[in-house]
Design a binder for this molecule. Structure first.
Ligand code: HEC
Ligand code: HEC
Length: 540
């Protein structure tokens, strides 16, 4: 392999080009307009100039690792930014597709770290390997590593790449608290070579798996923070091999309705990536298709503003497909009360059962929706109940409770970023929600037997979190929290109105108060308002 440059390329072009994630790539590429040449031939032409064949077949570095579609896109992005590779949008998509299909991850290999692909920005990670986390997850996520599989030798070359490309790395990440380079280049490749090995049974099994195309009709449900539950339908039609056209109709609990239309690509036989126009916005979908092809599940979000988005779960709705129950709304009922409950699914028919202590009178019944009047007995034991409609069952579909014992504010870790909506970096808001819980049998919060009762409306407030924040009057400058729990941060840049002319960052605390009959239940949570994220690669 030829090393193209002795010095690292300037940070800016690298950062900019890596911001070109799969979303714009899918939007730009038009496979029908310019049918790509055979993918392997393209790889040999484009990559083979630097990546030489190795003994036993394949190209050096390329055929010794496996990654997610985003992982491949990010590496190719670096080849473009750092090594001068040139590709059209179509060629790039062709190569990412080919590599993700032939050198991808099995569903069970990507499952634990899907939060990174779906850009769930609120997660605190739990690493599988403490030494790897301490050595490597200092500058980027642990999941970036756990979403790759390499030979031991290739993991070692990756360590070398780090110091070759970023010579100051050891100092930058305060690596001198230990013999960092020795650990990174010797112990870590050994561990990763066996923990995240290039060859795995899961992957060789997956390669034999017969892919089920996602074409057809789907019944969808999901949750969009701030707007609430939604339900609707989707249609997926073929648009070339593994390329699809998708259209969706979404009806939200808050009365809003949206349609979504766009294009999708199925990578690795299960990695659904779509760019759609939804409610006037460009939205990216990162879903996984189950091995049986019957369920599509994941997260969608606005590219660049990950916090604006929602979750989705879809099941087949074609005539003759399996009866499935997807969601129950509301998801909880108070003992001693009667309320209307709606069950959403597809091909529903048969007897409705809401579980012990809850009786049901069917008011309306169609294949995709059953409305019942539910009555929860006064003395019934609190807990989650399985809900059934004929053969379709939803475990923990409806929770019965006596009182709302505590509430938890979501998202788990709240971080907003200042920005300028007309500028290069838009503001990153945080949509807060309050989730009600009952203690469960042990009478304590924060334990495994807590009963999740679902989202409940709250009264929201925000204040300074620390004495320093008080002295800087952060709550006045860092942003505003609206009545629906949406926090919109302030403008980017130095603020001449502020002490020290500092920017509009802040250290805040958000409080929610939920009304449960006569009682008030309250919770608070830190909110960090920080600066823009200038370098935002496809896999953080
Ligand atoms: C101009 C030379 C050049 C071209 C063309 C090139 N590469 Fe690379 N590639 C390199 C160099 C140098 C490295 C080692 C340094 C690094 O990782 O950036 C590398 C490293 C890699 C790695 C290992 C990265 C890692 O994560 O450790 C992969 C995989 C890779 N290239 C894939 C490709 C693919 C796929 C193409 C074609 C689409 C390609 N390269 C084209 C020069 C090139
Ligand atoms: C000093 C910060 C820092 C540390 C420590 C660090 N990395 Fe990285 N890592 C980076 C940067 C910067 C990149 C390139 C990011 C990009 O391409 O945007 C990177 C890229 C990667 C990639 C993706 C490579 C590709 O081709 O896309 C992997 C995998 C990775 N690192 C694993 C590791 C492992 C394993 C360790 C520990 C041995 C480690 N990192 C330690 C900064 C760091």
């Amino acid at each position: 392999m030829r090393l193209s440059r002795a010095f690292p390329t300037p940070a800016r072009p690298l950062a900019l080009s890596l911001a070109v994630a799969l979303a714009p790539l899918l939007a730009q590429a038009d496979p029908a307009a310019d049918p790509p040449a055979d993918a392997r031939a393209l790889l040999t032409t484009k990559c083979g100039a630097c990546h030489l064949p190795v003994e036993g077949g394949g190209l050096n570095r390329i055929d010794q690792s496996r990654r997610s579609p985003e992982g491949w896109d990010m590496t190719i992005g670096r080849m473009i930014a750092a090594h001068g590779l040139t590709l059209t949008a179509n060629e790039r998509l062709t190569l990412v597709k080919y590599l993700a299909d032939s050198h991808g991850l099995a569903p069970e290999e990507s499952a634990p770290r899907r939060y990174l692909l779906g850009r769930d920005f609120t997660r605190v990670e739990t690493p599988d390997d403490k030494l790897v986390a301490q050595t490597c997850a200092r500058c980027h996520s642990y999941g970036r590593i756990a979403l790759q599989r390499r030979t031991e030798d290739d993991w070692r070359k990756l360590a070398n790449f780090h110091v070759g490309q970023f010579p100051t790395i050891e100092i930058q990440q305060a690596g001198r608290d230990r013999n960092w380079w020795e650990i990174a280049s010797q112990q870590i490749p050994k561990r990763l070579g066996s923990r995240y090995a290039f060859e795995s049974e899961a992957w060789s099994d997956w390669l034999k798996h017969q892919v089920v195309a996602p074409t057809g009709s789907w019944r969808i449900t999901g949750h969009r923070p701030g707007w609430g539950f939604y339900e609707g339908v989707a249609t997926v039609a073929a648009d070339g091999t593994d390329h699809f056209k998708v259209s969706m109709q979404m009806n939200y609990a808050n009365g809003q309705q949206e349609t979504a239309e766009g294009k999708a690509v199925l990578f690795t036989g299960y990695e659904w990536r779509a760019t759609v126009r939804q409610g006037g916005q460009e939205i990216q979908q990162v879903f996984a298709l189950t091995a049986d092809g019957q369920t599509l599940k994941g997260r969608w979000f606005q590219p660049g503003i990950d916090s604006i988005g929602g979750t989705l779960e879809a099941v087949r709705a074609d005539a003759g497909s399996m009866a499935r129950l997807l969601a129950v709304q509301p998801a909880a009922i108070k003992a001693g009360t009667t309320q209307k409950v709606t069950l959403y699914g597809s091909n529903l028919k048969g007897e409705v059962a809401l579980g012990d202590g809850i009786s049901a009178k069917v008011l309306e019944s169609t294949a995709d929706k059953v409305v019942v009047e539910a009555t929860a007995a006064r003395g019934a034991e609190a807990g989650a109940r399985a809900v059934r409609v004929g053969s379709a069952k939803l475990a923990a579909g409806l929770a019965l409770y006596q009182t709302v014992d505590f509430i938890v504010i979501e998202p788990g870790q709240a971080m907003a970023r200042v920005g300028a909506n007309q500028g290069a970096m838009p503001k990153v808001p945080v949509q807060f929600e309050s989730v009600a819980y009952a203690y469960g049998p042990d009478g304590k919060p924060g334990t495994d037997d807590d009963i999740r009762l679902g989202y409940m409306p709250a009264t929201w407030s925000v204040d300074n979190a620390t004495p320093y924040a008080v002295s800087m009057n952060d709550v006045h400058f860092a942003g505003k929290l609206d009545a629906n729990g949406l926090f919109v941060p302030g403008e980017a840049g130095p603020n001449p109105q502020r002490k020290f002319h500092t920017n509009n960052a802040g250290d805040l605390e958000v409080t929610a108060v939920v009304q449960d009959g006569e009682r008030k239940v309250q919770a608070s949570k830190p909110l960090v308002v920080t600066v823009q994220r200038w370098n935002d690669p496809p896999v953080r």
